[in-house]
Ligand binder design. Structure first.
Ligand SMILES: Cc1cc2nc3c(=O)[nH]c(=O)nc-3n(C[C@H](O)[C@H](O)[C@H](O)COP(=O)(O)OP(=O)(O)OC[C@H]3O[C@@H](n4cnc5c(N)ncnc54)[C@H](O)[C@@H]3O)c2cc1C
Length: 387
């Protein structure tokens, strides 16, 4: 698609970058890092790097627990990206010398009541049907793994390959790695794409992509809490816990430094206010699953805006009317887990490689004027192992 855009060696022009990236969230920074590592001159424009959705995100790398009905192709992409995470985390830590909170204990999915468990079991059966690693656990096995779970919890399952990273460590690390690779940060907003002068422009501005490109990216609000174990102790549980609690769906993510992330609402709203009702629901569900949370400090209640798309999948590829502008946005609930694969696929495109089949269902022109996917409710993904 972009074959021939770049000469085999980067331009010798010192002023004009080969690549201008709009947005210094995880997606933009990882793309910039990958492009710079391949010898391209890269500028990243953002007045407030890391201030988007990633600044509140939990950092679950959960392709299995988040494999939902009707999203098979998206699940395939999430799995493919999660498989790149171990090497990506190691490379980033090596490049920067700092940890990013990457942890591999796995995810426990639990149900509090009989109704909750029945709902969860339907999803686990679907996930197992896709060939994903989900191991049902007896209540005793569940408690052996996490003694702090409430006695009321009726049952659960383990997703051993669903891991976690701390986005508040990840994004600064990506910024350091990108700058060490030669990326220049321009601390200003981009008002319109015509203000940029570069060989290729990559729009990785999260929710800000809609105003710049007209693509159907909408904010999806998420309220989320941070708690802290008392006395400087680590949380009393090791796995990421995703629970159904009296119909409320929550997750609990333990960090090494004693923090626990408890989230999150999913609301079709564009404000970032925190409401008492949301805090109450999250805390009730969290404490019902893990009673010790009642003794923790509540240290933060915030809301962020996920960049959502009509089919919940990201938009990766050239704009229909601007082949020199690549979209890398719309990562919705999955921008952290999708960071490695997005960076690799977009860097390949920038360098003029033939489009990867993975990109076919993610193209920017797949939405009609109403925002519906042209040709069906879900994009088709070549190479989808579950098609
Ligand atoms: C409550 C919550 C929990 C989440 N949990 C998870 C999770 O557990 N796992 C997971 O994978 N994902 C999670 N996500 C989703 C994840 O945070 C996003 O998908 C991800 O941050 C998207 O990355 P991004 O770089 O595209 O956008 P963002 O992180 O939103 O960053 C966009 C950047 O672009 C900049 N920008 C915007 N407009 C312009 C402009 N005009 N000019 C210059 N710069 C601009 C902004 O300043 C910002 O720095 C969560 C999100 C929320 C809200």
């Amino acid at each position: 698609m972009l074959t021939g855009r770049f000469p085999s060696a980067p331009s010798s022009d010192r002023v004009r970058p080969d690549v201008a990236v709009v947005g210094a969230g995880p997606i933009g920074l990882a793309i910039a890092w990958r492009c710079a590592a391949r010898g391209l001159r890269v500028a990243v424009h953002d007045p407030a790097p890391g201030s988007g959705a990633s600044s509140v995100a939990a950092g679950m790398l959960s392709p299995v627990a988040e494999a939902y009905f009707g999203e098979r192709q998206l699940t395939a992409l999430l799995v493919a990206s999660a498989e790149r995470w171990p090497a990506f985390a190691a490379e980033l830590t090596e490049a920067t010398g700092v940890g990013i909170g990457y942890r591999t204990e796995g995810t426990l999915m639990v149900g509090l009541t009989g109704d909750d468990l029945a709902e969860a079991r339907r999803l686990w059966a679907y996930q197992q049907g896709l060939g994903l690693p989900v191991t049902p656990l007896r209540p005793s096995e569940l408690r052996d793994r996490e003694p702090a779970l409430a006695p009321r919890v009726r049952g659960g399952a383990l997703a051993p390959t669903d891991h976690q990273v701390d986005p508040r460590l990840l994004v600064p690390a990506l910024r350091t790695a990108a700058q060490r690779a030669g990326v220049v940060l321009v601390p200003q907003p981009v008002r319109q794409l015509s203000d940029l002068d570069a060989g290729v422009t990559v729009v990785a501005a999260g929710c800000g992509a809609a105003a710049l490109t007209g693509l159907p990216v909408r904010p999806v609000k998420g309220q989320i809490l941070r708690l802290r174990a008392p006395d400087g102790l680590a949380p009393g549980f090791r796995h990421v816990i995703r629970g159904y609690a009296d119909g409320e769906h929550v997750y609990l993510v333990p960090r090494d430094d004693g923090e626990v992330v408890l989230g999150a609402t999913v609301e079709e709203r564009s404000d970032t206010t925190v409401t008492a009702g949301a805090v109450q629901r999250l805390l009730r569900a969290g404490v019902d699953l893990l009673p010790e949370l009642a003794e923790y400090d509540l240290v933060e209640a915030v809301a962020g805006l996920r960049p959502g798309t009509p089919d919940n999948a990201p938009i990766l590829g050239p704009l229909p009317d601007r082949p020199d502008v690549l979209a890398a946005t719309g990562h919705h609930r999955h921008g952290i887990v999708l960071t490695p694969i997005t960076a690799d696929l977009i860097a390949d495109l920038v360098l003029g490689g033939g489009p990867d089949p993975l990109l076919t269902p993610l193209r920017a022109d797949r939405f009609g004027p109403t925002g519906a996917v042209v040709g069906g409710p879900e994009p088709t993904m070549e190479g989808d192992p579950w098609s």
